[in-house]
Write a protein that binds this ligand. Structure first.
Ligand SMILES: *Cc1c(COP(=O)(O)O)cnc(C)c1O
Length: 493
């Protein structure tokens, strides 16, 4: 019935021989060192056309073992040209992130150890290091006491977890067990954020079954902060109409302008109406490590949950997001399912992180954060973040000195929103948009820098985000010169 098993080729079993791993490992580290030394010679933004990389890759995996040299050559020739170099000091798009030596080395060990930190028992050091490092971070960030922290992959997931827990807290519903009520006049759940909030909140509305229609986008003020008068009005109106408000998401550092919602006032409203307050500090929350920014945490005493991404501004390798929650028992109640084969005798006395989130398996992310925090120390991280804030102010002042440009929003951190608006022309919004789209494309096509855009209350805006550990003042000055020169050429063409 079966073909006879042929002679077994021993070389086709087992892992790569350790000596070979050592050899390639050294080569890889050498390549990484060269990559960082020469990073400025790469174009920041890949100019790859859609489909170009796929066409160069074989349609099926190889049947026979390939030499590492050949695999690596393809990586250099096919993959690298299709990459946008997020580590490039002139990457100013989205939120500028970067990896750092200590976190890369931590990442290497995470991959080598390959432990799964789902239960305390599955690696006690992983759980206890995670608890410790998250408590270190809580203190470093000036986050009030009384939060348990855990690491998840991304902020979107932390926010989703927070809202699932918040949904369970709604009295008399018990959605975890019963699902959503199916009766005709069942109350509909609703929650609130500002019109500047990250799209992960909308995604959470989809996933938790509340629905986009029931996510109320509260208008922001002229500085893009949530209007708390409108928030309270809307809550009252919803209550009057028989809806069930259950949560508010406030942001420290919104995605477009990095505006900061008035957390204390929002917190008081949450208290008054018994709503879960989730604070999204994915980017801006990193700044609270600076003593001069510790006021960002005002109002966090009202928060039920909080998220901050050290991969966004602390140069920890992607991924890794810190999810803090005030009431572990409650989050556990929302998520916990413990099948027989995951029961342990220690569970009463230890933290089993699998009980506080979505997936079972968990990477040993705390290790790279531990390496990073110790290698740089608090002072090292503070200095680096403070320097990016200084560079942001510098960039803003360069924009302000040029009468053909305008600042589009306050810049509380290191992201500057601006646009080209030549003083000798009166252009309507549509023309200004076209002009700035062209400017952005021209600048990006040079391969020297990468910037992106947003829209602020209908107005097309360029965004210049600084956060890369390798970005220095000379980069900012030459980036600005490039933008200003391209702009001048555009009006003269
Ligand atoms: C980046 C960002 C997110 C999304 O973070 P992910 O880690 O990519 O899910 C959410 N909220 C804010 C404010 C952000 O800046």
């Amino acid at each position: 019935m079966f073909n006879e098993l042929g002679p077994i080729d021993r070389s086709n079993l087992g892992d790569m021989p350790v000596e070979e791993f050592r050899h390639h490992g050294h080569d890889f580290i050498d390549w990484i060192c060269d990559y960082f030394s020469e990073i400025e010679s790469y174009p920041v933004l890949s100019s790859s056309e859609p489909g170009a990389i796929k066409r160069r890759l074989p349609g099926a995996a190889p049947e026979k073992s390939m030499e590492m040299e050949k695999i690596f050559a393809d990586f250099i020739e096919i993959i690298i040209p299709g990459l946008t170099h997020w580590n490039h000091p002139n990457f100013y798009a989205y939120f500028s992130i970067s990896s750092s030596g200590p976190s890369i080395l931590g990442e290497l060990l995470i991959a080598a150890l390959n432990i799964n930190a789902m239960l305390w028992k599955t690696s006690p050091a992983a759980t206890e290091l995670e608890e410790t490092v998250l408590e270190w971070m809580r203190k470093l960030l000036h986050l009030p006491e009384g939060f348990l922290g855990m690491m998840v992959d991304f902020a979107s997931v932390a926010t989703l977890c927070a809202l699932i827990a918040a949904r369970e807290k709604v009295k008399d519903l018990n959605i975890r067990v019963k699902g959503f009520p199916r009766t005709e006049n069942a109350p509909s759940l609703c929650f609130y954020c500002s019109d500047q909030t990250h799209s992960s909140i909308d995604k959470a509305a989809i996933i938790i079954g509340v629905g986009l229609e029931n996510l109320r986008k509260i208008e922001s003020d002229k500085d893009f902060r949530m209007r708390t008068d409108l928030l309270e009005e809307r809550i009252k109106e919803d209550l009057k109409n028989g809806h069930k408000p259950f949560a508010v998401v406030a942001t420290i550092g919104t995605t477009s302008t990095t505006s900061i919602d008035p957390i204390p006032e929002i917190g008081k409203i949450c208290r008054k109406y018994n709503l879960w307050l989730h604070v999204d500090g994915a980017y801006g929350g990193n700044a609270s490590i600076l003593p001069e920014y510790s006021g960002l945490m005002d109002g966090l005493e009202y928060a039920d949950s909080y998220v901050i991404n050290p991969y966004k501004w602390m140069s920890m390798t992607i991924d890794g997001s810190l999810f803090y929650f005030r009431d572990p028992d409650f989050v556990e109640h929302a998520f916990s399912i413990v099948p027989e084969y995951l029961k342990t005798v220690e569970s009463q006395h230890v933290t089993d992180y699998m009980n506080y989130g979505i997936q079972l398996g968990r990477r040993f992310r705390a290790l790279k954060l531990w390496f990073l925090l110790q290698y740089f120390g608090r002072d090292g991280i503070v200095n680096r973040i403070r320097e990016t804030v200084r560079l942001g102010r510098l960039f803003q002042s360069l924009v302000e000195e040029n009468p053909d440009f305008e600042i589009m929003a306050p810049a509380p951190f290191s992201v500057v929103c601006f646009r080209f608006n030549p003083r000798n022309e009166t252009l309507d919004e549509a023309k200004l948009e076209k002009l700035n789209v062209r400017l952005m494309d021209e600048v990006n096509n040079t391969g020297k820098i990468f910037i992106e855009h947003t829209k602020l209350k209908g107005r097309y805006t360029l965004r210049f985000a600084i956060g890369n550990i390798r970005t220095a003042e000379r980069h900012i000055r030459s980036a600005w010169k490039l933008i200003a020169d391209c702009a001048e050429k555009l009006v003269h063409d």
